[in-house]
Ligand binder design. Structure first.
Ligand SMILES: Nc1ncnc2c1ncn2[C@@H]1O[C@H](COP(=O)(O)OP(=O)(O)OP(=O)(O)O)[C@@H](O)[C@H]1O
Ligand SMILES: [Mg+2]
Length: 248
């Protein structure tokens, strides 16, 4: 697999009032292959969201670099823990918005939004306002709004963090299904080891702040992956191995 994103010797220090600075990331080296799904796990405050924001190009590193294959500037979409939907737009228009911003016609954008609404199982709710949706439904809208852009790089910052355990499990399966349709390169933060093992091709483990990568594990299961994988012995062994790395 070709390398798609290369993060080299990347560090980030935020300025502080006392002048010492707050070191959030310390010498991160990570390469994502094209179409690879990588999950990041690590303690709170380890700098994971900071890394996602640097990759989204909304924050600059203090030192080090992020380079993309062929020096391109890939299309990126980001999904946060809270869905960040526009409260004054219904589901359909929230999902269609990025296409309209990109200059697609109203009709074409709405037609593609309808397709995505069907894929994420929200056809009955396309005219609803975000405030009437459950947390899981809002996150499905946020994911559809990200995937409709067909981003080359999809950045997911604890997208299911605010959901109850059952909905969260269902969402992970739905994400697997939608990812199978498109295969963008993904970097996803999660605090769930099972979720990481189910979704990712590779899991990277962060230390506490200043964050650096302490472990990496390739997840060997073939795709497409199904929910039942979680009950298999080999899966439980991988989860155990990951737990050991996090406890280190
Ligand atoms: N804009 C900022 N200015 C100053 N400090 C910041 C800023 N953004 C993040 N930090 C600090 O950087 C450190 C890393 O924060 P970050 O949000 O990246 O952690 P995280 O690994 O995503 O944690 P969590 O798992 O809790 O979401 C924290 O100590 C945080 O307070
Ligand atoms: Mg975070």
């Amino acid at each position: 697999m070709d390398s798609f994103v290369k993060i080299s010797n990347l560090s980030k220090t935020f300025p502080t009032d006392d002048g010492n600075g707050l070191e959030a990331l310390d010498d991160i080296n990570l390469t994502l292959a094209e179409n690879e799904f990588v999950c990041m796990i690590g303690p709170s405050g380890a700098g994971k969201s900071t890394l996602i924001r640097i990759l989204a190009d909304v924050l600059q590193p203090t030192s080090g670099s992020v380079t993309f294959a062929g020096n391109q500037d890939p299309t990126r979409a980001i999904v946060f823990q809270s869905s960040n939907l526009l409260p004054w737009m219904d589901v359909l228009h929230n999902i269609a918005l990025p296409l309209k911003i990109q200059g697609e016609s109203e009709t074409a954008a709405n037609r593609r939004a309808e397709e995505w609404i069907e894929r994420v199982g929200l056809s009955e709710f396309k005219d609803e306002w975000p405030k009437t949706l459950s947390g899981g439904m809002k996150q499905r809208v946020a994911i559809a709004r990200a995937l409709i852009q067909q981003p080359q790089l999809l950045l997911l910052d604890e997208p299911f963090g605010a959901l109850d355990a059952l909905t969260r499990d269902q969402m992970a399966i739905e994400l697997l299904k939608t990812w199978d349709l498109q295969h963008p390169t993904v970097l996803m933060i999660t605090h769930s080891i099972t979720e990481a093992a189910l979704l990712a091709d590779r899991v990277v483990v962060f230390s506490k702040r200043p964050g650096h990568i302490t472990h990496e594990l390739k997840i060997p299961f073939e795709r497409p992956r199904r929910a039942a994988l979680r009950d298999e012995y080999s899966f439980i062994q991988i989860v155990k191995e990951l737990r050991g790395m996090i406890m280190d």
